[in-house]
Design a binder for this molecule. Structure first.
Ligand code: 5GP
Length: 136
């Protein structure tokens, strides 16, 4: 069991922002900026690809509303949604979570974005492989 399951159960305190039967949201204890919020499914799976359609839909339904509330309360006009999957992708807590990170001039998420050359021949082949890999 991860620390987030304990937070959902109330065994570890948190600054709760939202709760319904499938979703829980609370302030991040190590904020990158004022209002940094975590939105998590109650379903305890590690990464997004493992999440059920029901939990995914429940998060999708409430995420924009939570973003609006965080922006309104903090006065931020811009924000990032960050969702890490796996240790190499900077995931530390192995329970699916979406970060809402308000972006101010001096605080928020910094991104090291290093685009590579796109090969259209390889891209066409890869797109076909991904389409074929989609589950029904
Ligand atoms: P990750 O790197 O896994 O995407 O992010 C995990 C996040 O969980 C971090 O931003 C970290 O500050 C936050 N976090 C870890 N433990 C706790 C905790 O006990 N309470 C709260 N509120 N946030 C936590």
């Amino acid at each position: 069991m991860t620390i987030f399951s304990k937070i959902i159960k109330g065994e570890i305190p948190s600054h709760k922002i939202y709760e319904d039967d499938k979703v829980f949201a609370f302030l991040d204890i190590g904020p990158l900026s004022k209002g940094h919020t975590l939105v998590i499914p109650k379903e305890a799976v590690a990464t997004l690809d493992q999440l059920s359609d029901d939990s995914a839909a429940a998060i999708g339904r409430v995420l924009p509303r939570l973003c609006r509330a965080v922006m309104k309360a903090t006065g931020a006009k811009d924000f990032n949604i960050l969702q890490n999957n796996g240790a190499a992708a900077h995931q530390v807590v192995m329970h699916v979570h979406f970060h809402i990170i308000p972006k101010f001039n001096d605080t928020g998420l910094g991104i090291d974005w290093d685009p590579q050359q796109f090969d259209h021949t390889a891209g066409a082949q890869l797109a076909k492989q991904i389409v074929a890999s989609l589950e029904g």
